[in-house]
Design a protein around this ligand. Structure first.
Ligand SMILES: [Zn+2]
Length: 79
């Protein structure tokens, strides 16, 4: 009986917390159900071809494959 109550409790409480971290810098990119913090990446014809992480500027295509990673040496050079 107690087990059953616990189960109901967890099910009720179970609000799926979405998580959508950047695979490069591990920052949370989830914003809400419709939007993420990903910045759209456009080609020369202004067609959306992928997205950019706003935190580390790494570029991805729509299959979340990394297409460009900001070289760490550049960051060190600036600072
Ligand atoms: Zn990132």
């Amino acid at each position: 009986m107690e087990k059953k109550q616990n189960l109901l409790h967890t099910q009720k409480k179970k609000v799926k917390k979405p998580s959508d971290p950047c695979i490069v810098c591990d920052k949370e990119l989830y914003l809400d159900e419709e939007y993420s913090k990903r910045a759209g990446l456009l080609d020369d014809n202004e067609e959306c071809i992928g997205w950019v992480c706003p935190y580390c500027n790494s570029e991805f295509d729509f299959k979340n494959r990394l297409t460009y990673i900001m070289p760490m040496d550049v960051c060190r050079g600036i600072t």
